[in-house]
Design a protein around this ligand. Structure first.
Ligand code: 5BU
Length: 277
């Protein structure tokens, strides 16, 4: 797979066919941040408080909305308002994994109303191509009420020990991304997938965005199989956006930690594209 890793975000923004990818790169450039904070807290107050305090330093906030004990309309209104106030995008890490008919309802109906507030969603491709087709169909329907700034990341790899998302599974992720390029922004993976053999051939204009989770400056992993790499390592391997959770929100001073990840993440990005600060 060809990689646009060496090209600055501003250039990628100007030529990208997907409106949400353009917005993502523009936000990152404007804020000089490629940080996604994984805000894995369990109450609306903590989530909104974190989003407001960290908002200036991040490009994206990643949520697990189903871990909130008090999800309500206030959660959605608050997140949307903070996303506008601080110019960050919202990524619900729901990891859809079911037949098309079910994921359409989980995405666009139901209690969590994900399509209404989350710019970026992700899915696993265990069910096959239909899951990608179903989510694209919903978000790209002529009567979809929330605009064109919606996109999907395919979980091509995972950071947990013993992950089975490797080999043919990762190759199929690249195939589906190519087939549904107008909706698939890119991948959640531990590196750019440039050397992955795929059945669907590359289109020379393709520009998949790489989000890498499991980023932490001070830890190598946790007791439940999480495996970390540093911002420098992730970006060196092709991450466009680094995702950090506990490294930021569980730090003694989350604002200082967010600034540190922002500074290191952006310096590593500039280094990769050959720019200066
Ligand atoms: P941490 O606190 O930085 O370890 O949190 C990592 C977050 O990223 C957490 O929300 C996970 O659900 C998420 N994650 C991950 O850690 N590894 C993966 O491969 C994927 C998601 Br996909």
């Amino acid at each position: 797979m060809s990689s646009k890793s060496q090209i600055p975000f501003g250039t990628r923004a100007s030529s990208h066919p997907n409106p949400l990818a353009r917005k993502l790169f523009e936000v990152a450039e404007a804020k000089k941040s490629n940080v996604t904070v994984s805000a894995d807290v369990t109450t609306t107050k903590e989530l909104l408080d974190l989003a407001d305090r960290l908002g200036p330093y991040i490009a994206v906030i990643k949520t697990h909305i189903d871990i909130l004990s008090d999800f309500s309309n206030e959660t959605i209104t608050g997140l949307k308002a903070l996303s506008e106030k601080h110019n960050f995008l919202i990524f619900e890490d729901r990891k859809f994994i079911d037949i098309g008919n079910t994921v359409q309802k989980q995405y666009h109906e139901g209690a969590l109303r994900i399509s209404e507030w989350s710019h970026i969603i992700n899915c696993a491709i265990l069910p096959g191509e239909g899951i990608v087709e179903a989510l694209a169909q919903t978000a790209q329907a002529p009567d979809f009420p929330y605009g064109s700034d919606r996109g999907l990341l395919i979980l091509a790899e995972m950071t947990s020990k013993g992950s089975l998302a490797t080999g043919d599974y990762t190759s199929a992720s690249v195939d589906y991304a190519r087939k549904y390029q107008s909706f698939v922004l890119g991948f959640v993976s531990t590196r750019a997938l440039t050397d992955v053999p795929a059945s669907v051939s590359a289109n020379e204009n393709e520009d998949f965005v790489v989000f890498t989770t499991g980023v932490n400056l001070s830890s190598k992993g946790d007791k439940l199989g999480q495996q970390y790499q540093t911002p420098q390592s992730a970006i060196g391997r092709g991450a466009d956006f680094i995702i950090a959770g506990r490294g930021i929100y569980a730090a003694a001073d989350p604002v200082e930690a967010a600034k540190q990840y922002q500074q290191q993440g952006w310096a590593a990005y500039l280094d990769r594209v050959g720019g200066s600060q």
